[in-house]
Ligand binder design. Structure first.
Ligand code: PLP
Length: 348
């Protein structure tokens, strides 16, 4: 029943690719202001950045409308997903999530001694919240929701999700991964962050890797109840993994609204182009709310990946719902044109 990802025999070096569309990276980042901050602060690389990290936490708390005690930082949100997986499942138990979804937390949960209870997405690609609720049993330690979801790029209704998280978190903590929420025009409104201020046991993960274009600089955070963060802190030293320079880059990027707007707009333009072009080629892309898109390829995934890689285009391939799918990240318009013209040669 589980979804499967095809892993290519050889992973090409990024520099060998004409279009690197396999990791949902933002082709425009980092923001010029973030780059300047990195350059200006490089000389402080001999210092630990405790106080500077507190400044960043205060800035994020302000932006999110929560208290500093509700925030934990990590080198990317991966760090928080993984550490949550370790702490919550060290005595076993299960994690309920959609299938397919982003597997980082579930993989660590399984490696630590937990089990995964996958619940297929509904026909409209939203989370099957009723089925997820029914799947919760006495052994459920956490519910994981990725909204918008990866690898599908699809979204679940914010008010239904708010109601679900609010009710379910009375029984079991709910982890909401909002890595791609910033690509929505009204992302802030669709966030589950307000539940934290209502005292609910929800953990919201956010990242500087996507809209801020800082995937290689590694800054992410979670917003939750202080007691829940204290549990995660059993296996972390809250932010010890973030570099001095990255802290300043994150602060500068938060102040560069113009860059974030540009990323959102250019991403949407690339998405429209890919969606329309795929449709004109007879494909059936799934409408995306993120910086990537999926569509069925009607070809075995491994063979597809190898053919695309041979033509120097990096994408991902999955199998679920009885079909093979390509997941393509949104690069620059130029890269997307390389992608569509390569696709015409590969899927003949
Ligand atoms: N969550 C989702 C849904 C993702 O797709 C990714 C990365 O692709 C991450 C979290 C982890 O990103 P990072 O560790 O760079 O914050």
């Amino acid at each position: 029943p589980f979804f499967k990802e095809y892993i290519p025999a050889e992973i090409p070096k990024p520099t060998e690719l004409l279009a690197k569309l396999n990791a949902n990276e933002n082709p425009y980042g980092p923001s010029p202001k973030a780059i300047k901050a990195l350059q200006d602060m490089a000389g402080h690389g001999n210092r630990y950045a405790w106080m500077e990290l507190f400044d960043l936490i205060d800035k994020i708390a302000d932006y999110e409308g929560v208290k500093a005690e509700n925030i934990i930082m990590g080198p990317g949100s991966s760090d928080i997903l993984e550490k949550t997986g370790m702490v919550f499942f060290k005595e076993g138990g299960n994690v309920v999530s959609a299938d397919p979804s982003y597997m980082s937390l579930m993989k660590v949960a399984e490696a630590t001694g937990g089990t995964w209870k996958p619940i297929p997405l509904k026909d409209d690609w939203s989370h099957d919240l009723n089925a997820m609720e029914k799947a919760i049993d006495g052994n459920t330690k956490l519910v994981y929701i990725c909204n918008p979801n990866n690898p599908t790029g699809t979204i679940s209704d914010a008010s239904e999700l708010l109601d679900f998280c609010s009710r379910i978190s009375e029984k079991v903590p709910v982890f909401v991964d909002e890595a791609y929420l910033d690509f929505l025009d009204d992302g802030h409104k669709q966030s589950m962050v307000s539940l934290v201020n209502e005292g609910k046991d929800v953990i919201i993960a956010r990242t500087f890797s996507k809209i801020h274009g800082m995937a290689g600089l590694r800054v992410g955070y979670a917003i939750a109840q202080p007691e829940t963060l204290a549990r995660i802190n059993e296996v972390t030293r809250g932010g010890m993994g973030i570099s001095y320079t990255s802290i300043f880059a994150a602060k500068a990027s938060m102040d560069d609204q113009e860059f974030q707007n540009k990323s959102r707009e250019l991403n949407a333009a690339a998405r429209d182009y890919v969606f329309e072009t795929l449709k004109s080629m007879g494909h059936e892309p799934v409408a995306s709310h993120t910086s990537f898109m999926i569509f069925p390829i009607g070809m075995e995934g491994k063979q597809f990946l190898e053919k695309m890689m041979a033509m120097k285009v990096g994408v991902r391939a999955f199998e679920f719902m009885g079909k093979n799918w390509c997941r393509v990240s949104m690069g620059t318009m130029e890269e997307m044109k390389i992608f569509t013209s390569t696709l015409r040669k590969v899927l003949v």
